[in-house]
Design a protein around this ligand. Structure first.
Ligand SMILES: [Zn+2]
Ligand SMILES: [Zn+2]
Length: 281
């Protein structure tokens, strides 16, 4: 049986713990994972980093170590070889959908795509007050940059899913990722801004529309347990009802711990297993 973690970060990620990636891998082996995807963020365009309204410190944390994606691939390939008899490692990436920087992403994918064995397409930024705004920074930032701009939680969700749909339809060439990362990341602070976890009819409609599209074009879904550990989220990404619907549509579900520290590896795999078993009934 395959036990797979399809979404993890490495010591190249500056907002991760800094622990050596090898230790993440050993932890996965210890938990009997048979397949492990390394999905580090692609470096963001300089221009975007200049534009976003955050502290230099936080912007720096978005970069990968030395902005060195070559170094990342080289090092990860070595680990892949070293552990090949114990676990199948896929060297991959988590790729941001950035509508204003499509050329950057295309160029990166052209260069690195041939080396990527797995990849996720994720949305972390949407438009806010005339600038690009993170959807997952802090509740205060969410309030100031998004709630005030969009006027309601529902409008933010609608915009987030609109961008996801756009990402799905975008032209990124032959190396475009075929799995969508943390589809409901816009709910990271839901306990603060939508405590009853209400899903408005039009939001539900746009999510179903996304799932239909994913099923039609063979996208798989990152069932990401990180949300369970976020103070204001309290559930997996995407919400369980969405995972159920995805399953019914035949979309492949891939567990993702989104590990940023050794302690995160494999977390809540049981929750994933339970959902999968229930949806199979
Ligand atoms: Zn992400
Ligand atoms: Zn991630």
């Amino acid at each position: 049986m395959i036990k797979r973690d399809g979404h993890t970060h490495t010591h190249f990620c500056r907002h991760a713990s800094g622990e050596e990636t090898e230790r993440f891998i050993l932890k996965a082996i210890e938990q009997d994972f048979t397949m492990y995807s390394l999905t580090e963020h692609l470096p963001l365009p300089e221009k975007l980093l200049r534009e976003i309204p955050y502290s230099q410190e936080w912007k720096d944390s978005l970069r990968i170590l030395d902005d060195d994606f070559d170094g990342y691939i080289r090092e990860m390939e070595k680990l892949k070889k070293k552990y090949k008899d114990r676990i199948q490692i896929l060297v991959g990436a988590e790729i941001d959908y950035l509508p204003d920087h499509m050329e950057h992403t295309r160029t990166m994918l052209k260069e690195y795509g041939p080396y990527l064995e797995d990849a996720l397409l994720s949305v972390h930024l949407i438009r806010g007050n005339g600038v690009w705004q993170a959807i997952d920074h802090t509740p205060e930032d969410f309030e100031k940059g998004l709630m005030r701009y969009y006027g309601s939680y529902e409008q933010i969700q609608l915009e987030y899913y609109r961008v996801i749909k756009e990402a799905l339809k975008s032209e990124l060439g032959p190396y475009k990722p075929n799995r969508i990362g943390h589809l409901t990341l816009c709910n990271k602070f839901q306990c603060r801004f939508n405590p009853k976890k209400e899903v408005a009819e039009d939001v539900k409609k746009s999510i179903i529309d996304i799932l239909d599209y994913m099923a039609r074009y063979n996208y798989s879904l990152d069932v990401n347990t990180a949300g369970l550990y976020k103070e204001y989220c309290g559930e997996i990404y995407p919400s369980p009802w969405i995972v159920d619907n995805a399953y019914k549509l035949g979309i492949q579900l891939v567990y993702g711990s989104d590990s940023h520290a050794v302690a995160d590896v494999g977390r809540a795999y049981k929750v994933f297993e339970k959902i999968i078993t229930q949806t199979h009934l």
